[in-house]
Ligand binder design. Structure first.
Ligand code: JFZ
Length: 443
């Protein structure tokens, strides 16, 4: 294919996927956990008897809540139930291989004792470094830590969403220095960090900082070799975000799959990607009332497997409350996902896209190293016949239940390159299950 491209100073610095060890580790995670925690967990979507229907972590932007009231919440932040090791243990039991933690959301409140602002955990009654405790606890469980960082900072005096005057520009220079200092500080304090998950990078003011952001990214990558940064960090010199003016992705993976999952392999344009997902429709921070549809573990497992089948990672969000408790609904889902993962994790870890035509019963995944192929069944056909279409020169010759390797499932050839895998479950199917399918390839 012919590519016409113009030379960019601050566009993509690489075409195609990263091939190094760290990125391979990232690619093979499959399942991650997101944690949104901050002072917004205290109001939990309510203020003075009034209900805020938006995402709880955005309550400060609501007209009913005075900004000053919000900006003083930290004086009450004293999460005595917070137990970093308990959180990490739960994530491990769920099957998460990595975690993304909000160090600072749009409100600017820092969960680590930053020396560049007073608006931090150190000035709360709780005082202790939350990020440090979480990094240690997750590291101890062997779960890789990624730090979420919002460029938007409603607390910093130099922060602007757009730069209209010379005075704005001058103030914003302070804000840029502050942003750089905080990021360097985070990587210095938490050197086991594997990557940064940027957010709040859509302001016009930030988009205009292509050179600064590019330089900053370079500096951060030098601090931790192999550091992983997604596409939601910087814009190119023409203001294009995620994908530069030539259409090439900037960063190590596409960060645009927010509460949505690609439908087909074409949708991902050959890039690595992650999907970050909320349990209710759109709540990241703690909201005491989850209105509307709340996803079930079967739905979440389907999203996870679908993500893996399309070469992505699935990251499930948790929003602990103001006291440091993980809410019971989240605990229950984590346990249900964990129980499923206990039996079926090998269809997730180290797996990706299999180049066979997708069928209505579910998803294929394949282990990238061993080539072991899986059919993950979510919709059992009433006929008991699971259709499988294979590429030329591929012959499926054995199928069995992952849970029951001695089960021998009949494969019937029905057309050229087309088969039925016959399976009659003995009991009603209540959980997605896995059939391993073995093939012989000839040329
Ligand atoms: C942002 C935040 O505003 C939100 O509070 C949460 O932290 C989430 C993970 O990120 O929200 C977004 C960002 C990007 C999109 C949608 C919501 N997007 O690209 O569609």
């Amino acid at each position: 294919e012919k590519r016409v491209s113009i030379t960019l100073k601050h566009g993509a610095h690489r075409l195609g996927k990263r091939t190094d060890k760290q990125m391979q580790t990232w690619r093979n995670y499959g399942l991650g956990q997101f944690i949104h925690w901050g002072v917004y967990a205290i109001p939990g979507g309510h203020w003075e008897g009034k209900y805020y229907p938006g995402a709880a972590e955005w309550i400060r932007s609501w007209k009913e809540m005075p900004k000053e009231a919000y900006d003083n919440l930290y004086k009450q932040f004293n999460p005595e139930k917070f137990n970093a090791r308990g959180w990490a243990k739960q994530a491990k039991e769920m099957g998460a291989k990595y975690v993304i933690i909000t160090t600072k959301h749009h409100d600017g409140f820092c969960l680590w004792p930053s020396k560049y602002t007073d608006y931090t955990i150190a000035k709360s009654p709780y005082k202790k470094d939350i990020i440090g405790q979480l990094v240690d606890a997750y590291d101890a469980e062997g779960i890789d830590v990624y730090l979420y960082f919002s460029i938007i900072d409603w607390n910093h005096p130099g922060y602007r969403s757009s730069l209209k005057t010379e005075a704005d520009r001058k103030e914003y220079e302070d804000f840029k220095t502050f942003t750089r200092n905080q990021l360097v500080e985070l990587l210095e304090r938490y050197p086991s960090t594997k990557g940064l998950w940027f957010d709040g990078s859509w302001d016009k003011a930030w988009i205009e900082q292509a050179e600064f952001a590019d330089e900053l990214g370079r500096e951060l990558r030098e601090m931790i070799p192999g550091l992983i940064i997604g596409s939601r960090f910087r814009a190119d010199e023409n203001g294009n975000r995620h994908f530069d003016t030539n259409g090439d992705m900037m960063g190590d993976y596409e960060q645009g799959w927010e509460r949505k999952i690609p439908e087909t392999i074409e949708d991902i344009h050959g890039n690595d990607w992650d999907c970050v997902m909320t349990i209710p429709e759109n709540q990241w921070g703690y909201h005491s009332d989850w209105k509307g549809h709340v996803k079930t573990s079967n739905e979440l497992i389907e999203m996870l497997v679908k993500s893996v089948s399309l070469d992505g990672n699935f990251v499930l969000n948790f929003g602990p409350d103001g006291e440091g408790n993980i809410r019971p609904e989240e605990t229950k889902l984590a346990a249900e996902i964990g129980a499923w993962m206990d039996v079926n994790k090998e269809v997730v870890y180290g797996c990706g896209y299999l180049d066979w035509k997708k069928q209505d019963w579910g998803y294929y995944t394949v282990n990238r190293e061993t080539g072991k192929k899986y059919m993950v069944v979510f919709n059992m056909p009433v006929s008991g016949a699971l259709r499988v279409k294979v590429p030329d020169n591929t012959r499926p010759d054995k199928a069995y239940l992952l849970e029951q390797p001695e089960s021998d499932i009949t494969i019937e050839e029905i057309h050229r390159n087309e088969y039925f895998v016959h399976y009659k479950p003995m009991t009603p199917v209540k959980k997605p299950f896995v059939i391993v399918i073995e093939t012989t390839e000839s040329d």
